[in-house]
Design a protein. Sequence first.
Length: 178
Amino acid sequence: MSHPNPELILLSADAADALVPELAELLRACVQDGASVSFVLPYSSEEAQAFWRAKVLPAIAGGKSALWVARQEGRIAGSVQLDWDTPPNQPHRAEVRKLLVHPDFRRRGIARALLAETEAMARRQGRSLITLDTRTGDSAEPLYASQGYQTVGVIPGFSRDPHDAAKLDGTTIMYKQL
């Protein structure tokens, strides 16, 4: 089945604030589906909204990061952040954070489209290096590799599995030179 290309929107802090309930639903759905993006179950809509308001919106308002959403079928189908709040010795680097695609919208090219937006902005800013981390063995790992990201290494036991507090997952550190 063919799907239309998603509408990709770079959000201001005010625009993102207006979308916090939808962004929270996206994040919550991804965590419910097993995404390892810093949160564990149970994970409420209130907790998800608090994350966007306390962590993401201030960074956007402070000019330290950017947030895109992908809209499809009238819904937020995905989002991604690009963070360039780096130390003084790393002005050439940015970091991809929380590339999320709602389970209902996966396998439609949304993650690739969002990732391309982060890379384009990083280039416009004169950044020559993008870094990220992803849970080792996740479906995102081959996606990043297919887009030219190289694996630096794996840190074992890095974070709790969102569904099983007793299980510790590794994280794979990746980079791409622009």
